[in-house]
Design a binder for this molecule. Structure first.
Ligand SMILES: [Zn+2]
Length: 182
């Protein structure tokens, strides 16, 4: 089932998600619907707040073609897509990368964000098993972007002042249309 994607300006994007104690069938269904919605919108990640929910869950599917180099592809190869992550927590970060990022809650927009190049993330999968993955490159960027969402943090918060200034008018218009929350 396709869900409505919440856009910038909506208050829910600034709320913090609540950890889920148990992965119930209803939550698995929510994650499946989030994946369907993400693929339909041609995104590579989606977090609960973006569909108006506050359970700590995000989904990610970064194709290997998104990675810049073969070394990163090889490093990430053991991580099976799509990722369905309940209660994700980044437990280690290493290095840095500077690259362009977009978000389904900010249609037709994008900007540069500095992120860690490698992250280790602990989460509960759809089967209720605890997992720990270490990923690099664009996939690491996606993991950071989605876990930020679950904490009410948006990628525009992390852009440089210059980068954000370039988007200021667009951001203001988008926020105004969707509830006015910045
Ligand atoms: Zn996003």
């Amino acid at each position: 089932m396709l869900l409505d994607i919440v856009k910038y300006g909506s208050a829910v994007l600034r709320e913090t998600a609540t950890p889920v104690p148990v992965v119930t069938p209803d939550l698995v269904r929510l994650a499946e619907n989030m994946l369907e919605t993400m693929y339909h919108a041609k995104g590579v990640g989606l977090a609960a707040q973006q569909v108006g929910r506050l359970e700590s869950v995000c989904v990610i599917d970064v194709p290997q073609s998104c990675e810049e180099d073969d070394e990163t592809k090889a490093f990430n190869a053991s991580v099976k897509m799509p990722l369905v992550m309940f209660n994700p927590l980044i437990i280690a970060k290493e290095g840095s990368q500077d690259g362009k990022e977009g978000c389904l809650s900010f249609p037709n927009m994008g900007g540069k964000v500095v992120r860690a190049n490698q992250v280790t993330c602990q989460f509960t999968d759809a089967a209720g098993r605890m997992q720990i993955i270490t990923v690099r490159g664009f996939l690491a960027r996606a993991v950071q972007h989605e876990t930020d969402h679950l904490n009410g943090v948006l990628y525009v918060d992390l852009m440089s002042a210059v980068e954000k200034l370039a988007l200021a008018d667009k951001l203001k218009k988008l926020a105004k249309k969707n509830g006015g929350n910045l």
